[in-house]
Design a protein around this ligand. Structure first.
Ligand code: ADP
Length: 755
């Protein structure tokens, strides 16, 4: 066979491994004898080594009752086995007279549905250790183990204690993951051996069948992997006509793959103890020795007992670990939520400090997407990749959540950034607003703990061997490629809790705002009514003051001296001015209560009429240079009010202008001419531009306040300082905005929108 054929054959044998039944090998290991007995305890099958251990040939034993071998009371004890449950194992110490010599054995008995299986392992005096010393050993080991609370420390202690008890070269604790792949999580070893701690193995290393047997029988012992197996005679059971089921046999011979696998690691003797958590195989304690090594059944029982203790402690410690983690997540979560709910800007609080956002679900990177703005935290793909990922992931979301630990397998574009994102957890906070939080986890290979570099201990030059730690590790890498550590249910819960909190915060902020708005509206309405009533009522006495003053001037002018007349004239002027102020106030108050009468208004027409009226009312009308560079649009608005806006702005443009050649330009900017970051359609932006005196920077907002003037009464032709306040009010009634840009001495441009 060529080398490559040989390789293919071995790979095939590995993949077929799961199919070859390993519980009916038809043979046992040679360090003991097996007898299969009928319910009447007649010998049906024996292993083909009875002559060595019992001094009788198989033919001498087959068909004979058990009492040809054992004394009456021993047979009576074994008969009781039938009253026990299938799978329950009992052991006795028995003595058998072989060739006139008494020999001692550990006799391990269990029953299947049809037969009793009796296995005898000779006891050598040098193997015997008193029960008391074992008890002391175990007791101490258990006491030590119970002291540790940390799982890693605990497992390390388990390995150390077991190595001490068994004196094997290496004791490892394997843990299986959800896909039955294993990793070495604790190890105690002879100092000169290379470490296997941290290594990962593919599920195929311990096939499902073997795992199943490990779950049923908690200890497996192979004192010599190279020992020749001993066949059963006859090979088929005469009652069932089937090969004998050796699932629970302590002597069952070893599957060839298992032998090859361990020999490749230089192992000659093997002891494996199962660790069970909630009826599932959680892991194994695997003891390796590099030369054949026998340990007594009694010592193995102690090991099995320790294994059971470890299993029960494990359940407790794993649960504790999970609980600790859940508690940690919960406290991180509540701290996080509290800080974002108190922050002025909760979005900032979400992102800073960065680690907090990652810790709530134990991620290595995150992205927060608010509308089109994406903020990245930790290890992430670039913004455009994240944007495309959101587009795709949004279609996968169910109940506001989507999570996967193998993103590149679902989303092929993700292969480009598998190193940072093989695991994705996406939380949709609002679909309408496109609010998302994404968390990322790297490919699992990137997160492996490289304790014990697998490349450092390739002992085997022969490349045809399929399994050794290094190759097994490489195989494991292949199987976990494009995969991250899975998202735990408690981490998904943590994400959902965060979403609920954010939604709650946003809603309560919106509630708060709505309430404030409502209050504001009410007080605005009240204020408008008050201003309206007050200014209306003030007008009447004012009119009286004016009337009586003019009557005094006209009818009693002759009685008064010049000073008196001057005083009365001032009263008249002031009352006129006051009336102007009151009218302005009244106008503003009216606007507060106004209902808009919106219609489609052609601004060209509106302005033409307005300019005509404007020119008619002024003596210097020929000098008025009003420019409209391009036709204006038709806009939905209240024409009377918008007329007032333009007439105020145009009036001011000429009023606050000291140039010899004055001009006003009226126009608009299209959306593409406007410098705006917004993606939503924007309304046209109108402007009224002049070459007037300009407005200093610090007054550009104050000029819109009621009665705010920048100049004395006399300068620039009077005015009460209400025009721009009224303009602003009208623009806002149309949901628009108004502002001014200006250069002192050059001119001003008033911009406004109407929605
Ligand atoms: P007024 O009745 O005083 O004109 P407004 O509310 O219309 O009141 O204007 C407020 C102040 O803003 C004015 O007093 C003036 O100082 C300033 N102002 C308004 N428009 C212009 C302009 N086009 N150029 C320079 N200053 C202006």
């Amino acid at each position: 066979m060529s080398q490559s054929e040989d390789k293919t054959a071995q790979t095939a044998s590995l993949t077929n491994h799961d199919r070859k039944p390993i519980h009916i090998p038809g043979s046992i290991q040679p360090h003991g004898v097996l007898l299969a007995l009928s319910p009447q305890l007649d010998i049906l099958q024996v292993s083909d080594n009875t002559l060595d251990y019992l001094g009788r040939t198989t033919q001498e034993l087959l068909g004979q009752p058990l009492n040809t071998l054992l004394a009456q009371e021993q047979v009576a004890a074994i008969r009781q086995c039938w009253s026990k449950k299938v799978d329950s194992v009992t052991s006795y110490k028995v003595s058998i007279i072989t060739l006139n010599q008494e020999r001692y054995f550990d006799c391990i008995v269990h029953r299947t549905e049809d037969v009793v299986i009796l296995e005898l392992e000779p006891i050598h005096s040098r193997d015997e250790v008193s029960f008391l010393s074992f008890y002391t050993l175990v007791n101490e080991a258990i006491a030590q183990m119970q002291k540790t609370s940390n799982l890693t420390e605990f497992l390390h202690l388990v390995a150390t204690e077991l190595r001490e008890i068994t004196a094997f070269d290496r004791v490892m604790v394997y843990q299986f993951d959800r896909n039955a792949a294993g990793s070495v999580v604790a190890e105690a070893k002879r100092e000169d051996l290379p470490p296997y701690l941290g290594l990962h193995y593919p599920a195929t290393d311990i096939p499902a069948q073997a795992r199943d047997l490990y779950t049923r029988s908690l200890l497996r012992f192979i004192p010599n992997l190279t020992a020749q197996p001993v066949k059963l005679v006859p090979i088929e059971n005469p009652i069932t006509h089937q090969p004998l089921d050796l699932s629970l046999s302590v002597l069952r011979s070893v599957d060839s793959c298992c032998i090859e696998y361990h020999q490749n690691m230089g192992v000659a003797a093997l002891l494996v103890i199962s660790l069970i958590q909630e009826q599932q195989l959680w892991g194994l304690i695997s003891c390796h020795h590099h030369t054949p090594k026998h340990i007594s059944y009694e010592l193995r029982q102690i090991c099995e007992f320790l294994g059971r203790i470890v299993s029960s402690e494990l359940t407790h410690k794993v649960n504790q670990l999970e609980l600790d983690y859940k508690v940690k997540l919960k406290s991180l979560q509540s701290e996080f939520i509290e800080s974002i709910s108190q922050a002025d800007n909760f979005i900032d609080a979400l992102i800073k400090p960065e680690l907090r956002l990652l810790d709530v679900v134990s991620a290595s990177g995150a992205a927060v997407c608010l509308d089109n703005e994406i903020t990245l935290v930790g290890a992430t793909p670039d913004i455009e990749q994240v944007r495309a990922l959101i587009e795709w992931a949004d279609t996968q979301v169910k109940d506001n959540l989507f999570s996967t630990n193998s993103l590149p397998q679902l989303y092929p574009d993700g292969i480009a950034f598998k190193d940072t994102v093989s695991g994705l957890l996406l939380l949709r906070i609002s679909q309408v607003r496109r609010y998302y939080i994404l968390w990322f986890r790297p490919e699992v290979i990137q997160t492996v703990n490289w304790a014990g570099n697998p490349n450092e201990f390739i002992h085997l030059a022969d490349d045809t061997l399929t399994l050794n730690p290094r190759k097994s590790f490489a195989k494991w890498q292949e199987t976990v490629r494009l995969t991250s550590l899975p998202w735990k249910p408690c981490e998904l819960d943590s994400a959902i809790a965060l979403r609920n909190a954010i939604v709650g915060i946003v809603l309560s902020k919106a509630d708060e705002l709505a309430k404030i708005n409502l209050d504001l509206e009410r007080s605005n309405r009240e204020l408008a009514s008050f201003a309206y009533a007050a200014s209306h009522d003030l007008k009447e006495p004012l009119r009286g003051i004016y009337n009586y003053s003019t009557i005094l001037l006209e009818d009693y002018g002759l009685v008064l001296d010049d000073d008196g007349i001057e005083c009365l004239e001032t009263v008249v002027t002031l009352s006129v001015r006051m009336e102007t102020l009151i009218n302005a106030l009244l106008r503003l108050a009216q606007l507060g209560k106004a209902q808009l009468r919106k219609r489609a208004i052609d601004f060209n027409e509106l302005l033409n009429q307005l300019i005509d009226v404007f020119r008619a009312s002024r003596q210097d009308s020929q000098l008025l240079d009003i420019r409209i560079p391009r036709p204006l649009a038709t806009v939905q608005c209240d024409s009377v009010l918008v007329n007032e806006v333009f007439s105020n702005l145009i009036g001011n443009a000429f009023k606050y202008n000291d140039k010899a050649e004055q001009w006003v330009e009226i126009g608009y900017l299209d959306p593409d001419e406007q410098q705006t970051k917004e993606q939503t359609p924007v309304p046209p932006l109108f402007y009224v531009r002049d070459n007037g005196i300009g407005i200093p920077e610090h007054h550009r907002e104050t000029i819109f306040r009621l009665f705010k003037r920048l100049h004395s009464q006399e300068k620039y032709g009077g005015g009460v300082g209400a025009g721009l306040a009224i303009v602003k009010k009208i623009v806002e009634l149309h949901n628009g905005r108004i502002w001014v840009e200006s250069t002192v001495g050059i001119g001003s441009t008033f911009y406004f929108t109407l929605e």
